[in-house]
Ligand binder design. Structure first.
Ligand code: FAD
Ligand code: DHB
Length: 393
């Protein structure tokens, strides 16, 4: 098989890239190792920056998001049993975020691709990217039990952290930067209306807790747990008891309990692979970078990469190679800003297992600074709601 752009991975990055190329008249083939049901139900992120929501709208994938997504104008920071609101529009000149689950973003993009786009093959596992530094890169993949080859003008590696495309960048060219954290997130879905109308990020001596939501009737909650925790080690009642302790306030606020419908543990990791381009192989999304989830940046970065890469590939097809040449450096600036913010939010809200009393006091002073200083709050609000996607970004 032959195509202009071979896209590995049908997560948000690969699906949006395929959609944007299609609307510009450029052919692509998407190879996805898992089946459709798996991709559409895998629980992950839920917060869209304004730039992400705008990009989905511009791609023609915003209709259901605009109907069912929930606009949020702030978050609550909770520490020392008190609540402090961060109001986004007043701090950022009008910006907000949208609560709309990654599962729904993927469902909408898959439906569009199936209706109007090029081939999207589920159960097609990329094995290797070959000849990336030549004019004729190829993807070797397995589909329906047979090994096949996809010949391309460009290959987009959108295959997530555990994909194969990153390995095609020779070690002499690649540099990686990494940090792992001594804690993970135990995440649950609960069939109960969220106990607060905005997200609550809570710092507690027992560890971080987050109250989020998927819809007006479904809550999404997270607890900081030690790295390597088995989700089965926590009973439903233990999870609710722990959430209640960490979210407790001095006022009359109460946590509503309900049946848990999903439970999983996500490790926390920071990772960047440089550069994002090797010859005609371009990396986008989690294939090139991971952030710890505290700042809700992973999905938004993946969408930003896809928008920038689509613009660059469209320009290259029209005879202007400059945006493609600038893709890696332009995006890495954004990536490192997201790494900085995600790391800072993680440090602000989690309790390391070896925290000293001095560390605790310092962390509370940092939170107090955010709660009481407008400039500190504005800095958080600007990073959380995201820089607009502009120009070549
Ligand atoms: P992915 O969504 O990972 O998509 C990559 C796709 O490539 C997958 O469908 C995969 O099956 C496919 N693939 C992999 N290897 C191959 C291969 N060899 N051949 C073909 N296809 C392949 N972010 C937040 O902001 N908040 C969160 O709460 C949050 N929770 C997360 C929980 C988990 C468990 C994980 C893993 C991530 C979470 N993230 C979260 C991060 C966010 O979901 C990701 O940043 C986002 O999914 C990145 O999109 P992507 O398209 O780059 O990669
Ligand atoms: C969610 C995940 C995040 O990482 C975050 O910061 C906020 C919300 C969520 O899954 O709802």
């Amino acid at each position: 098989m032959r195509t202009q752009v071979g896209i590995i991975g049908a997560g948000p990055a690969g699906l949006l890239l395929a959609r944007l190329l299609h609307t510009a008249g450029i052919d692509s083939v998407v190879l996805e190792s898992r089946d459709r049901a798996y991709v559409e139900t895998r629980q992950r992120a839920g917060i869209l920056e304004q730039g992400t929501a705008d990009a989905l709208r511009a791609a023609g994938a915003g209709e259901r998001m605009d109907r069912e997504g929930l606009r949020h104008d702030g978050i609550e920071l909770r520490f020392a049993r008190r609540r402090h609101r961060v109001d986004f529009p007043t701090l950022t000149g009008g910006r907000s975020v949208t609560v709309y689950a990654q599962t729904e973003v993927c469902k909408d993009l898959i439906a569009l691709q199936r209706r109007e786009g090029g081939p999207l093959l589920f159960g097609a596992e990329a094995l290797a990217v070959e000849d990336a530094a030549t004019d004729r890169p190829r993807v070797r993949y397995r589909h329906r039990g047979r090994e096949r080859v996809l010949e391309c003008a460009y290959v987009a590696g959108c295959d997530g952290f555990h994909g194969v495309s990153r390995a095609a960048v020779p070690p002499t060219v690649a540099r990686t930067y990494e940090r792992s954290y001594p804690y993970a997130w135990l995440g649950v879905l609960a069939a109960v209306p969220p106990s607060h109308d905005e997200l609550v990020y809570a710092r507690h001596d027992r560890g971080f807790a987050l109250l989020s939501l998927r819809s007006p009737t479904v809550s999404r909650l997270y607890l900081q747990v030690p790295a390597g925790t088995d989700p089965a080690a926590w009973s439903d009642a233990e999870i609710w008891d722990e959430l209640e302790r960490r979210l407790e306030t001095d006022d009359a606020w109460q946590l509503a309990r309900g049946p848990l419908t999903a439970k999983s543990v996500t490790p926390l990791r920071s990772f960047v692979h440089e550069p994002l381009r090797h010859g005609r192989l371009l990396l986008a999304g989690d294939a090139a970078h991971i952030v710890p989830p505290t700042g809700a940046k992973g999905l938004n970065l993946a969408v930003g990469d896809a928008v920038a890469l689509a613009r660059a590939l469209i320009a290259a097809e029209r005879g202007d190679p400059a945006p493609l040449a600038a893709y890696s450096a332009d995006r890495l600036r954004r990536v490192w800003q997201a790494e900085r913010f995600s790391n800072a939010m993680t440090a602000l809200l989690h309790r390391p297992p070896d925290a000293t009393p001095f560390d605790d006091r310092l962390q509370l002073a940092q939170l107090d600074r955010v709660a009481t200083c407008r400039a500190a709050r504005a800095d958080l609000a600007e990073a959380y709601t995201g820089e607009p996607f502009t120009g070549g970004d």
